[in-house]
Design a protein around this ligand. Structure first.
Ligand code: PMP
Length: 517
């Protein structure tokens, strides 16, 4: 077969080629990536895509490279499954210290390691479902015990059926017991339900893609995993309505004053509420402190856990280790990935609050590569680097992010008809363009109608300005800026110049300049 034939995702390559984004990078360092031109010279590109959030420390951070080399030279055991793994434990301990510092409290969080972001989410979801199942089983045990007690009391003549025992009184106690068993079995047949936010992104595996709001990713696969109901950002009333509509009850019996009565107890139908503190792929949209508090209030009342997905927001990008700490959002679970591997290792972790933790989970969930000796040690090193000097990295993210934001806002102010909004926090910023579906320029109009405007603009920025950025996956008119903490003022100014140019192209509908780049 001809070696030129593209077999590794050829369709994607074609789509990238349409926007001029199909370049091959030959080296990367810090915030720069390089391609090699025809004469063998390196062409530097300033990277604001930041590995979609995985490069908080930049490409190939020297400390991580040196440490990785040292580990490999020392021949540390990398695949040491089912042995003591103190490195993983140290990662968990460090993460606990950070949670307690940023969010208060001292309740321990247990850690389950995985390889990717979607996997950490799925581990959290599986754990939450195991916990839900055990809570259902405990509730059913209690019901069975109460039915037995009532049956014995009726037989002994110490209790009689209450006339209002759900109308089953006429059939005697066994009719009542049958009804309890039948209706509870029906309720048990209902699958669990997830809650998540509109615009949210939590991965593309079988389970996680059902939590991801984007229909083009989710809708082909609904039969493969549990259903999710989506809540619009900030809409507490919708959340409350969904909880009311979906909440289930189990039937139970109790003896009060010598009467056997029918009662109800809550049936935990909700597996979990999953959310990002700042939606990354959803267009860099932040959850407010007020909405976070309302979600927690509803979750407590209905007794379902909150899974905080910090896969893109976490690891310091927001100016604190956890973006949720800015809005006082405390998770029963946290998921971390991306920058946890320092841009080198693939690793992820989910953390569960002690009160909800089910140790049985450790036996039923694992992966060959999870918690391996190399990535655990690298993760520990990453945490050390981030925490050094009292969290200098977080302060840098906040300061550099503020300077970057100032420039983005200045450009937005200069092009009010072109730029809709600048959003985000720290080194996670979004720059939203107005839709161009009715644009004068046929090229911009078509790109916009096909949902490719952001990719088209990103292609222009790459070709003309050697700047790499991408739209967010589910809000394609928003360009994302997620550089590493190494970004300096020269880089920020370069971006400002490039954005002014692309905004002028859109304002002037300058097709010639746009396609000539
Ligand atoms: N959650 C969030 C918030 C993400 O941004 C992503 C990746 N963009 C994921 C989950 C999935 O992570 P991964 O691609 O490593 O599976």
């Amino acid at each position: 077969m001809s070696p030129e034939r593209e077999l590794a995702e050829p369709h994607l390559r074609q789509v990238l080629a349409m926007a001029g984004l199909d370049v091959e990078y030959t080296r990367a360092e810090g915030n720069l990536m390089y391609w090699t031109d025809g004469g063998g010279a390196e062409v530097p590109v300033l990277d604001f895509a930041g590995g979609y959030g995985s490069l908080m420390l930049g490409h190939n951070p020297p400390e991580i490279i040196d440490y990785t080399k040292e580990l490999l030279e020392r021949q540390v055991p990398i695949h040491a499954q089912f042995s003591r793994q103190p490195w993983a434990n140290e990662v968990a301990t460090a993460l606990n210290r950070i949670i307690h510092r940023e969010l208060g409290g001292d309740e321990p969080y247990y850690a389950i390691f995985a390889n990717t972001g979607a996997e950490a989410i799925e581990a959290a979801v599986k754990h939450a479902e195991m916990d839900r199942g055990l809570r259902v089983a405990a509730a059913l045990d209690a019901v069975a015990r109460h039915v037995e007690e009532a049956r014995a009391a009726v037989a002994a003549g110490t209790a009689a059926l209450d006339a209002a025992a759900g109308g089953a009184a006429t059939g005697g106690f066994e009719a009542l017991a049958d009804r309890v068993a039948r209706e509870n079995a029906e309720r048990l047949g209902r699958p669990p339900l997830f809650l998540a936010l509109e615009g949210g992104f939590h991965g593309k595996l079988l389970g996680s893609v059902q939590l991801t709001h984007n229909e083009s990713y989710r809708l082909p696969f609904p039969e493969l995993a549990a259903r999710t109901r989506f809540v619009p950002l900030g809409e507490v009333a919708v959340l409350e309505k969904i909880v009311e509509e979906e909440s289930g009850r189990l039937l139970d019996v109790e003896i009060v004053d010598g009467r056997v009565r029918l009662t109800e107890r809550a049936f935990p139908v909700f597996c979990a509420f999953v959310l990002e503190p700042v939606q990354g792929e959803g267009g860099i949209r932040a959850v407010t402190r007020e909405f976070a508090a309302e979600i927690q209030r509803v979750a407590r009342a209905a007794d379902f856990p909150v899974i905080v997905d910090e896969i893109q927001t976490g690891m310091g990008r927001s100016g604190a280790f956890f973006a949720s700490s800015h809005i006082g959002l405390r998770g029963d679970y946290y998921a971390l990935a991306k920058s946890l591997g320092g841009g080198i290792a693939k690793t992820s972790v989910m953390l569960v609050r002690q009160e909800r933790y089910r140790p049985e989970f450790e036996v039923v969930h694992s992966s060959t590569f999870a918690k391996d000796g190399l990535s655990s040690r690298i993760a520990l090193k990453v945490l050390e680097l981030l925490e050094a000097d009292n969290g200098r990295a977080y302060r840098t993210a906040a300061e550099v992010g503020a300077r970057l934001r100032t420039v983005l806002e200045a450009v937005a102010a200069e092009f009010p008809g072109v730029v809709r909004e600048v959003r985000g926090r720290g080194l996670m910023l979004g720059f939203e363009f107005f839709d161009q579906s009715d644009a004068e320029s046929g090229v911009l109009r078509e790109l916009s109608r096909q949902g490719f405007l952001g990719y088209g603009l990103a292609g222009y920025l790459l070709r003309r300005h050697r700047i790499r950025t991408f739209p967010t996956a589910s809000a394609v008119n928003t360009l994302r800026f997620e550089p590493s903490i190494l970004l300096d003022d020269t880089g920020i100014d370069r971006l400002g110049t490039a954005l002014r140019d692309v905004c002028a192209v859109v304002r002037d509908q300058d097709e010639q300049r746009f396609t000539g780049a």
